[in-house]
Design a protein around this ligand. Structure first.
Ligand code: SAM
Length: 350
């Protein structure tokens, strides 16, 4: 269903009566459907590894390193004569990525196609190639984010997050960016208190602030156990701008979560990054990790979208590789699987 645009100007445009429906807006999809069994089996594969202690690096191989960097990073390094530092690379990444989330995709598709047709009349190969690459990017973004909903993937995230038996949990989101997954968790485990942490202030002031107030999250009504629709302003959220390494919390969180963090650190840092997920957990708390999958279509995505996505060190992992990093750094894996474009793991300190 394409969106009636008047709808999105209402404060809470979706109600419980919209559950079971999906609506396509110019910048994103709203999806209040549950998976049918057939769809679940197509997009979600859970718990395929029987015994993590039996896996070794020899069996699973090493992650794939993405080596096509954005033009901004290449230009920066030429100009400054040194490698871009991680913090700077995240500032570039967050700005570039956010600009895509707010695009009116159908208008942009029209504009880029027109530009490409005009470039053909220039007979300049450079101009034609560059216009074609812009068409490819917007087409791929439309497919990956808007049509397939592969980045937010609410149904996949719910499949990964379900069954944690938590009441009013405290949730810590490390490297939160716009904070999507913690909001999905807060809808599923009502009256949660969420602490989002990101050291790039732009994530708080722009990525999170501009996350649409009207985007509905499907969760639970604690008094009836039925489905309920929540919005960003229904959640209890603190957003902390700081380096994760400076945090001084005790063992106070029921869930410590990261989405797309572990794969940005070379192996020598991975034990420390895994440890960030243990340090602030209450006894019995859950650590949740997701990372992008190593599959042909993801490699293609990061190549075509290099200027938007590739300012930082980045790996693509298999579920087994991701799980082994977590397992060998002291966690037992309770749930693992892949959901569209990400691997996901729910774990507890051993
Ligand atoms: C790849 S993003 C997470 C993916 C996210 N869902 C998105 O849409 O961009 C990782 C985030 O972690 C943050 N980050 C990386 N290292 C950090 C650190 N040491 N302390 C705090 N935040 C950090 C970055 O600023 C970035 O916003």
């Amino acid at each position: 269903m394409e969106a009636n645009l008047a709808h999105i100007h209402e404060e809470k445009p979706f109600q419980e009566s919209d559950i079971g429906h999906t609506t396509l807006f110019p910048s994103f999809r709203v999806d209040l459907r549950h998976y049918s069994e057939k769809e679940y089996n197509k997009f979600v594969k859970m718990n395929t590894v029987r015994d993590w202690s039996a896996l070794s690096w020899k069996d699973v191989g090493r992650p794939y390193e993405v080596k096509t960097f954005s033009k901004d990073r290449i230009d920066y390094e030429k100009e400054h004569g040194h490698e871009m530092k991680p913090y700077t690379s995240w500032q570039y990444f967050n700005k570039a990525f956010h600009e895509w989330f707010v695009k009116d995709v159908p208008s942009e598709q029209k504009r880029q196609k027109k530009q490409f047709m005009n470039s053909l009349t220039s007979f300049k190969p450079g101009e034609i190639k560059s216009a074609l690459s812009e068409v490819a990017k917007i087409q791929l973004w439309n497919y990956a984010h808007r049509i397939q909903d592969g980045i937010w993937d609410p149904r996949g995230k719910r499949a990964l997050f379900e069954g944690l038996h938590l009441k009013q949990p405290r949730i810590l989101f490390l490297g939160a960016a716009e904070g999507y997954e913690a909001m999905q968790l807060a809808a599923m485990y009502p009256s949660a208190h969420v602490t989002m942490v990101d050291y790039d202030a732009y994530c708080k002031t722009t990525r999170f602030e501009e996350f649409p107030d009207t985007y509905p999250f499907l969760g639970e009504n604690p008094s009836t156990g039925q489905d309920k629709v929540y919005y960003k302003h229904d959640f209890n959220i603190d957003y902390v701008v700081d380096d994760i390494r400076n945090l001084t919390y005790g063992n106070e969180f029921d869930i410590v979560l990261s989405v797309g963090l572990l794969e940005h650190f070379p192996d020598s840092f991975k034990p420390e990054v895994v440890d960030w997920h243990r340090k602030f957990l209450k006894p019995g708390g859950y650590a949740i990790f997701t990372t992008p999958r190593n599959q042909i279509r993801s490699r293609l995505y990061y190549r075509v979208m290099a200027d938007v996505m590739n300012h930082t060190y980045r790996e693509l992992m298999t579920l087994e590789q991701m799980g082994l990093y977590i397992y060998e750094n002291g966690f037992d894996i309770l749930q693992h699987g892949y959901i569209k474009v990400h691997n996901g793991i729910v774990a507890k300190p051993r």
